[in-house]
Design a protein. Structure first.
Length: 362
């Protein structure tokens, strides 16, 4: 009888282990020496891959984190839209006291609602100074260098009857130092939205517009909320186009947008490979995959460059709350991922374990 009970107990354990998401993941280790990360891991039956929480930062000094960037030296930059500063964490140590760069105002080196932050190959960082309708460029140590754009340049996208005059919404810089700005109109369907490219010297190279219920210059898009550039100059734009897809892939030819190569992936929805509303973060992995912050589904999704879903990621089972509107993304030199978890007012450092299987779907 005792042997029968033991066999039944073993069978119950085996059934539980075979189930999908029945057992919580182990709490992530606190010391780097204890972190043992497998090279690959299978996705679960819902299509979610495994991840490990490496670090987290939050507190009164950072009430509204908005953008995040990581330098080649590992330094981490976070913008705070409430305190109007850039927080610099030397050597990427999120437990250290950050250096504060900037203050509230409209002068050089000052901000009003700073959002996206990106770095160029020299380590200079660029801040989307939304409230002042400009992009500011700084040296690696925080010295103000120059600005791109002026408030009057974007007045066509204001809607004063709606009290809307902060349309700048996305920022990227390519390997040649060209700066790309996403502009979101006040109204999703009838307002014009735009992508603008500036040369390193600040001259406008091109501007393309899209109005979902009207004119489209190159491809339909609305509310571009995050941009990243590939090594060949291709733009990947996370946006909220109505039903046509949520990631716009826009190649360039001779520095100009190539309409023939433009395409979308990620249709609207809550299923695998589907994206809700306006995704607010996008990044390219060292392998050339596209990582998207599926903001309103509270998860991350990893796609191959051709738009095939490889894995989804969430915090279920970790010793922390789930994502609450993840937005800006950055990938560190060691392959870890920084995520602005905006609803929880924190920034997470994660290791996303690559899926062992082939891509899940198109």
């Amino acid at each position: 009888m005792r042997r029968h009970k033991l066999l039944i107990s073993l069978l119950v354990v085996m059934v539980l282990l075979a189930g999908c998401g029945l057992l919580p993941a182990k709490k992530s280790p606190k010391s780097d020496e204890d972190i043992k990360i497998p090279e690959t891991a299978p996705v679960d039956c819902d299509g979610y891959g495994q991840l490990q929480l490496i670090d987290t930062v939050s507190g009164d000094f950072m009430p509204a984190p908005a953008g995040v960037a990581v330098g080649a030296d590992g330094q981490i930059y976070i913008t705070d839209a409430a305190r109007q500063v850039v927080l610099l964490f030397p050597q990427g140590d999120l437990a250290s006291e950050p250096k504060e760069i900037g203050s509230e105002g409209s002068g050089p080196g000052q901000f009003v609602h700073p959002r996206e932050i990106v770095l160029d190959k020299e380590g200079n960082f660029y801040v989307l100074d939304d409230g002042n309708s400009r992009v500011q460029k700084f040296s690696p140590d925080g010295e103000h260098l120059t600005s791109f754009g002026r408030r009057q340049d974007f007045s066509d996208y204001f809607s004063l009857q709606d009290g809307y005059d902060e349309p700048l919404s996305a920022l990227a810089v390519d390997q040649d130092g060209n700066v790309y700005v996403g502009i979101s109109g006040a109204n999703y369907d009838i307002s014009p939205h735009a992508l603008v490219k500036y040369s390193p010297s600040g001259d406008k190279v091109w501007e393309i517009k899209s109005t979902l219920e009207g004119d489209i210059d190159i491809a339909p898009f609305a509310w571009p909320d995050s941009i990243v550039t590939g090594s060949d100059g291709t733009l990947y734009v996370a946006h909220g186009a109505n039903g046509v897809g949520k990631v716009l892939v826009l190649p360039q030819q001779d520095g100009q947008p190539n309409k023939d190569g433009a395409r979308h992936f990620g249709p609207i929805g809550k299923g695998q490979g589907e994206i809700m509303h306006t995704p607010a973060g996008i990044a390219l992995t060292p392998d050339g995959d596209v990582l998207v912050a599926d903001t309103y589904n509270n998860r991350l999704q990893l796609f191959s460059a051709d738009g095939m879903l490889k894995a989804m990621y969430r915090l279920k089972g970790l010793a922390t709350a789930e994502f609450d509107k993840p937005t800006a993304l950055a990938i560190a030199p060691d392959g870890s991922v920084l995520v602005v978890d905006s609803g929880n007012k924190r920034v997470l450092k994660l290791h996303l374990i690559p899926p062992a299987e082939q891509p899940i779907s198109g």
